[in-house]
Design a protein. Structure first.
Lengths: 113, 112
């Protein structure tokens, strides 16, 4: 059962533009929502994470928006750079149940110079 | 640098064989999780160990097993390898349940 659905599958953005990736979840028990960035040949690296007690979290050029009632959350990358070209994964977990991460299918982001 | 080291980086096996993948975590990282990432997909949770005991398992058969050692290293063992086991196997560790999981760069396993 796919519990976290991610879209789009791929995204092409011009340098300086805004990249937006969306995720939707089904399990209302999820209480931790991280985003990971993965480069070819590397493991996922944590970018930013949010818990459902806030609706938005910003760290540098990266912002998570969270809509608890819609069971959706999204990643916004402002001023996108060619170095941001990577695969992005949203994930969700239940922290009180051991924190196993359920990942989305991934979005391959390409930022053109 | 996450402090999580996996070995080997690449491995080729044939169907029916057995394989052991290794992970070394930072000191104090009591929780280690293993994930399988098929090509073009998100990682899938295999199982988790806390203080040397399994305390959570995903939808994987018993031929996937693990060990965690007191020196913060761990192993993933897979018996009776199948073609569908070809994937990137990721290890992730953390100190406390509230901390983010830090991933290694994985072992690429190919089954012929």
């Amino acid at each position: 059962q796919q519990q976290v659905k991610q879209s789009p599958q791929s995204l092409i953005v011009q340098k300086g533009g805004i990249s937006i990736i969306n995720c939707a979840y089904e399990n209302t028990a999820f209480d931790y929502f991280p985003w990971y960035q993965q480069f070819p040949g590397k493991g996922p690296a944590l970018l930013i994470a949010i818990r459902p007690d806030v609706s938005e979290k910003k760290e540098g050029r990266f912002t998570i928006s969270f809509n608890k009632s819609a069971k959706q959350f999204s990643l916004h990358i402002m001023d996108s750079q060619p170095g941001d070209s990577a695969t992005y994964f949203c994930a969700a977990s239940i922290e009180t149940s051991g924190s196993r991460l359920t990942f989305g299918e991934g979005t391959q982001l390409t930022v053109n110079p | 640098e996450t402090g999580v080291t996996q070995s080997p980086t690449h491995l080729i096996k044939t169907r029916g064989q057995q394989v052991t993948l290794r992970c070394s975590s930072q000191s104090g990282h009591n929780t280690v999780s293993w994930y399988q990432q098929a090509l073009g997909q998100g990682p899938q949770f295999i199982f988790q160990y806390y203080r040397e005991e399994e305390n959570g398992r995903g939808n994987f058969p018993p031929r996937f097993s693990g060990l965690q050692f007191p020196n913060y290293s761990s192993e993933l063992n897979v018996n009776a390898l199948e073609l569908d086991d070809s994937a990137l196997y990721l290890c992730a560790s953390r100190r406390t349940p509230r901390e983010a999981q830090h991933f290694g760069d994985g072992t690429r396993l190919s089954i012929l």
